[in-house]
Design a protein around this ligand. Structure first.
Ligand code: SF4
Ligand code: SF4
Length: 301
């Protein structure tokens, strides 16, 4: 069985206890306006174009069998992504590392052998693996099979989910999970649909069901003027407070713009260019609001 991953990041100290290996799956059903990893959204490989590395040598234009690459007025290239079939020939031809193919097929066994290299660090630090994305439930059979092997080897396993999935898909993975990071973006379903493309009923229902089975941490990305109103934070904290003793705490993640460069590399527009990160004072105020509902909170992951 193969899965499509974007990346494997080693020696991480967030996203779970101890030293961890983070596995980023490719494919996500949401299209959050602020997404900082747009290259994980599509459930298929993609080409990134790093314009600053490009010397305009045109080797890629000649190499492309689909004629998807053209020279633009500023001596750089443009890729017609409707024509590109991600064959990767341009990437191999480019002498300047200006093109990258993201999205790698990997078997469960290959991924497991790879993470096992870090097993001594997991043992010493009580760490493990965290599967995020993208969205792990979009490849639930692959993720469940991988985490089953981790569990059989006593490696701590966590996932981060946007929560939008058939319950059976999430449940399938949860069997092998020790800790769940569950993202909640907005409590108002209409606004949720506007800012992510999807309404929130299934997400909230899955959070309720998952909280009966596994310890979970709720994560709220705080995007100024989009979901950081006191009303929305109080409603989210109130919802969390009803999840029972499996809820560990809420993490408030301040908005950042680190993903902008990736939108450029994908030839996509970033809609929130003018939005600035929230102030420290505002974050502290929202943290205090969450705590006023009897829920533990922290700023950052
Ligand atoms: S990946 Fe293949 S089809 Fe796409 S631009 Fe490169 S050479 Fe052309
Ligand atoms: S081969 Fe690389 S350096 Fe040359 S034009 Fe294409 S992207 Fe730019």
């Amino acid at each position: 069985m193969k899965g499509l991953i974007y990346d494997i990041q080693r020696f991480a100290i967030h996203d779970g206890p101890g030293i961890r290996t983070l596995i980023y799956m490719k494919g996500c059903p949401l299209r959050c306006l602020w997404c900082s990893s747009p290259h994980t959204q599509k459930k298929s490989p993609e080409i990134l174009y790093l314009e600053s590395n490009c010397k305009g040598c045109l080797s890629c234009v000649e190499a492309c069998p689909e004629k998807a690459i053209k020279l633009s007025d500023n001596e750089k290239i443009t890729i017609d992504r409707n024509i590109c079939n991600t064959c990767g020939q341009c990437v191999e031809t480019c002498p300047n590392d200006a093109l990258r193919l993201v999205g790698k097929q990997i078997t469960v066994e290959e991924l497991f052998q790879d993470v096992m290299k870090d097993n001594p660090f997991y043992r010493r630090s009580k760490g493990g693996v965290t599967v995020g994305g993208g969205e792990p439930t979009m490849q639930h059979e692959f993720v469940a099979n991988f985490l089953k092997k981790c569990k059989e080897t006593y490696i701590h396993a966590a996932i981060e989910t946007c929560g939008y999935a058939k319950w059976e898909s999430l449940e399938n993975i949860l069997d092998y999970v020790d800790l769940l990071y569950f993202d909640i973006k907005h409590m108002d379903s209409n606004i949720h649909k506007k800012i992510t493309g999807i309404s929130n009923e299934i997400i909230l229902e899955n959070a309720r069901k998952a909280s009966k089975l596994k310890p979970l941490i709720i994560r709220i990305p705080l995007i100024p003027d989009i979901n950081d109103s006191e009303e929305n934070i109080l409603k989210t904290a109130g919802f969390a407070a009803e999840l029972g003793e499996n809820l560990l705490w809420i993490e408030l993640l301040p908005y950042h713009k680190f993903g902008i460069v990736t939108y450029e590399q994908l030839g996509r527009e970033y809609e929130l260019k003018d939005v600035e990160p929230p102030s420290e004072e505002h974050m502290k105020k929202l943290k205090a609001l969450v705590e006023s509902c009897g829920v533990k909170a922290q700023i950052g992951g």
